[in-house]
Design a protein around this ligand. Sequence first.
Ligand SMILES: Cc1ncc(COP(=O)(O)O)c(C=O)c1O
Length: 407
Amino acid sequence: MKFDVNQIRKDFPVLAQKTRSGKNIVYFDNAATSQKPIKVIDATSDFYRNFNANIHRSAHELSERATMAYEEARNRVGKFFGAPENFCTIFTRGATESLNLVAQSWGSANIKRGDEILLSEMEHHANIVPWQMLAERAQAKILAAKIREDGSLDMDDLLSKVSGKTKIISITHASNVLGSINDINAISKIARSAGAAFSIDAAQSAPHLLDDISKVDCDFLSISAHKCYGPTGIGALIAKREILDSMPPYQGGGDMIENVSWQKTTFRPSPERFEAGTPNIAGAVGFAAAIDYLNSIDLHGAKEHEHKLLERMTAALDAIPKIKIFGKSKEKVSLASFFVDGVHPNDISVLLNASGIAIRTGHHCAEPLMCLLGVMGTCRASMAFYNTEEEVDFFAEKLEHAIKILA
Ligand SMILES: Cc1ncc(COP(=O)(O)O)c(C=O)c1O
């Protein structure tokens, strides 16, 4: 069915809620987490209501059903994000855990003293801190490719930082602050020609359904379900099986072992090797339901709609005096970070909240980027395909009003 935002909105119950003071909710905090369609809510409760059991361990029927649903979810997630045959989907708690898994497990086996890890100046803490922890242990060095004035990644600088010492390039596909979409195909080629591994943080690009995620040649792809209309506490690391099987386990416990004895423990191959303990089964089922939901809508229309929202939002912000937008690259996901001269971002957020508008303020887990931009924080309005042009206009009107009061 052709994309129709009014129909789509009916799938998301939170959007029909009112604030405590009776205002309609304008939810522009999608980069923090997205709302969930009924399909996802129902799938999660259906699991607990009808076939809750632990997986992989028992011969009884409920366990068999739960195991099938969990493994089927793994297939659906992998397929949706284009995992080829030789890739494996590991369920994690989210993009943060996926990136930690790569840094700790792959990193501890492959990063040695003097090696270099190449990131970028626009990374979220989730793609900085795990590498810093590793670099400190291994006595390796972290380099960060620069960003340009418009918020796009400076590919010349990235290239100039690649050398024989570069062991991995780990870059976000889309910035959670600037919105910039990075050319992961070009970065992949750079990584390949340097013989470096390539890891993509797709936490912010996956929700915007960017095609190249599923086509790019990478080693590790980190995804968070809750930003893609799925439940919280679940995500995926999609990675090359051969590389995964050469990596040491990240956590030890049940389900990830072949045999345990006091003398020696042996481990199962991927994905189980990296899924110690009882996983988030309901989360996986909900994640698969989110994928089914996305597969059931007009994705092309959804993307076009988001693009229109971004254009409208950018034009509206540009028309308001004293606003500086951070991130104006040509390729951008539908979010706008901005700073209002002389006004604390939190004050703006508080006034907007009084009108039912939810935005995010602060450093957005990107303190090094804030430092580079010369601000302690920004306001961020981040949109999803269920937002409307009327909401953008309402937001702009209330923002202008707030600035008049505060500035
Ligand atoms: C670019 C980026 N990477 C990683 C993460 C971490 O995702 P999660 O909190 O779902 O683990 C976020 C969350 O905001 C993000 O924006």
